[in-house]
Design a protein around this ligand. Structure first.
Ligand SMILES: NC(=O)c1ccc[n+]([C@@H]2O[C@H](COP(=O)([O-])OP(=O)(O)OC[C@H]3O[C@@H](n4cnc5c(N)ncnc54)[C@H](O)[C@@H]3O)[C@@H](O)[C@H]2O)c1
Length: 261
């Protein structure tokens, strides 16, 4: 399968990283399935792409990855539209507001885990049967450096993302025999709506301005700046390409060195 004609499924396609991933995979001529809970943003991204790449084959799907039936319906739509999936980029995810374990509601714990980890399980369970064997089909999951290094007040988010890393490894072992690779990318602080929203709330709690907090956060990163969504998308493209054909079960850190500090 040429890297041009692949069927690429992107969840979170309306978000910061997902929309840039959609642009990148469209630019290399792939057929795209764009899925997100946020329909308005999803349609905006699809319209941008159709304007730039006339004739591009794009299917947009409203999807809640935390809902089994929604995921099953999405998989059925993709089967009917394309008959197969070559790349599954599981980018959709949610943040958590800073809360001590003793104050966290069960509903908040479940909300974060249902999207970040259970949702990933639902997606892989439903879409792996659509992936061809021994054709360099690949899954790329988005973890976080917070799944590598724990942070107080963010236990639900950190454990969900640590789970993504181990889920990636388990699935890689299961699918290796079928020639399907499974890897993850663990982003550091990446300049998207999610980072801005988490940091704005955090700055408020600390009684600082958002700019002051970001300056402090950036000073802790060896490369002294947040990453851009393009940095993560480059890693996703690499891990799903033929150049990564001997890589499976890996989690690629893309974080400016912050996890070393
Ligand atoms: N931005 C960062 O600093 C950062 C750092 C580490 C990891 N991440 C991870 O990167 C991924 C992308 O984040 P982003 O920064 O682009 O954030 P974002 O908020 O811009 O995008 C996330 C997208 O996921 C979608 N989504 C949320 N819940 C969903 C659900 N139940 N079903 C379907 N879609 C859903 C949202 O609608 C949104 O479009 C997430 O998994 C996030 O946890 C982000």
């Amino acid at each position: 399968m040429s890297e041009k004609d692949r069927v690429v499924v992107i969840t979170g396609a309306g978000g910061g990283m997902g929309s840039i991933a959609a642009h990148a995979f469209a630019a290399s001529g792939n057929r795209l399935v764009l899925a997100d809970l946020a329909l308005d943003r999803l349609e905006e991204v699809a319209a941008e792409l159709r304007a730039i790449h006339t004739g591009a084959e794009i299917l947009t799907i409203p999807l809640n990855i935390a809902d089994e039936e929604s995921v099953a319906a999405a998989a059925a739509s993709v089967r009917a539209w394309a008959g197969r999936v070559d790349v599954l980029a599981n980018i959709a995810g949610t943040e958590q507001s800073g809360t001590a374990v003793v104050d966290m509601t069960t509903a908040e714990w479940d909300r974060v885990h249902n999207i970040n980890l259970r949702g990933l399980f639902f997606m892989c369970r439903a879409f792996v049967p659509l992936m061809p064997h021994h054709s360099n089909a690949a899954i790329v999951n988005i973890a976080s450096w917070w799944g590598r290094r724990a942070h107080g007040l963010y236990s639900a988010y950190c454990t969900s993302k640590a789970g993504v890393i181990f889920f990636t490894q388990s699935l890689a072992m299961e699918l290796a025999e079928l020639g399907i690779r499974v890897n993850a990318v663990a982003p550091g602080n990446i300049n998207t709506r999610m980072l801005q929203s988490v940091m704005k709330k955090y700055a408020q709690e600390l009684g600082m301005s958002y700019e002051e907090l970001m300056a402090e956060e950036n000073s802790k990163i060896p490369l002294h700046k947040p990453g851009e969504p393009e940095d993560i998308v480059d890693a996703i493209e690499f891990l799903s390409s033929d150049r990564a054909s001997y890589i499976t079960g890996a989690t690629l850190d893309v974080n400016g060195g912050v996890a070393l500090t």
